[in-house]
Design a protein around this ligand. Structure first.
Ligand code: HEM
Ligand code: HEM
Length: 180
């Protein structure tokens, strides 16, 4: 039944996993773009209220996604992937999961220290703030961490998407299709 290089019948990730992956991916890309280009955009549009609300939604969905992830086993890697490649993919995924939690939490901490602006969830309601003093060491570390890890996440997402496209267009296996 092998119709594509080294592959068998298409065994996809389950529907909930695929939906959560797609929804979170769109929101993470939005937050990376608005975070990095935010200051440049601010003359005609301040993206940060939306950035903050979307970031908190990412946190909630990522917790749900990780909880759900613990209830099933992923489809086996295709035979086109060697052990080293599998390890790199796995490590990238684990770090992406960690960043999907750490980025929102550091953003939440630093924005809590700035009492002037609310953290609004898309204009629907205000997200509670943590008890963090402005100028405190925690607020500073969170700010610094948000910036450095934000750039790390942007790099990993580029790598991750490049790997997915490489599988699809160059190796021509099912790795991308099983997540769509
Ligand atoms: C996965 C979710 C998130 C991602 C990927 C993300 C990414 C980024 C990135 C890349 C930057 C630019 C860093 C810099 O150049 O300083 C940034 C800035 C910022 N983020 Fe996030 N962020 C996320 C969630 C949040 C959340 C939940 C909040 C607040 C509730 C938040 C608040 C901010 C603020 C206020 C800035 C501007 C910081 C400054 O002025 O230096 N972010 N974000
Ligand atoms: C932008 C933010 C993104 C994040 C944070 C992210 C995160 C992840 C994570 C954590 C996994 C591991 C799933 C598991 O638990 O097994 C995964 C799998 C996958 N992602 Fe993404 N992803 C993003 C965007 C994308 C995009 C845009 C594409 C497509 C071009 C893509 C294609 C895939 C594929 C094909 C897999 C399955 C890999 C495999 O089966 O080994 N991802 N992603």
């Amino acid at each position: 039944m092998a119709t594509m290089a080294g592959n068998h019948d298409l065994v996809r990730y389950n529907a909930v996993a695929r939906a959560l992956h797609a929804g979170i991916a769109v929101m993470v890309i939005f937050n990376l773009v608005t975070g990095i280009a935010g200051d440049a955009l601010e003359d005609f549009w301040n993206p940060f209220p939306l950035h903050k609300g979307t970031g908190m939604v990412i946190l909630v969905l990522s917790l749900a996604r990780i909880g759900w992830r613990m209830t099933w086993t992923m489809p086996a890697w295709p035979s086109t992937m060697g052990r080293k490649q599998q390890m790199v993919a796995k490590l990238t995924h684990v770090v992406l999961y960690a960043l999907m939690l750490i980025l929102p939490v550091t953003g939440w901490i630093m924005s809590s220290a700035n009492s002037k602006y609310p953290i609004s969830i898309w204009g629907l309601f205000d997200w509670p703030k943590l008890a963090v003093a402005k100028g405190s060491a925690l607020a500073e570390v969170a700010h610094e961490g948000h910036e450095i890890l934000g750039y790390l996440m942007a790099g990993l997402v580029v790598l991750h998407v490049a790997a997915a496209l490489h599988h699809h267009f160059i190796i021509k296996d099912n790795v991308l299709r099983r997540m769509l």
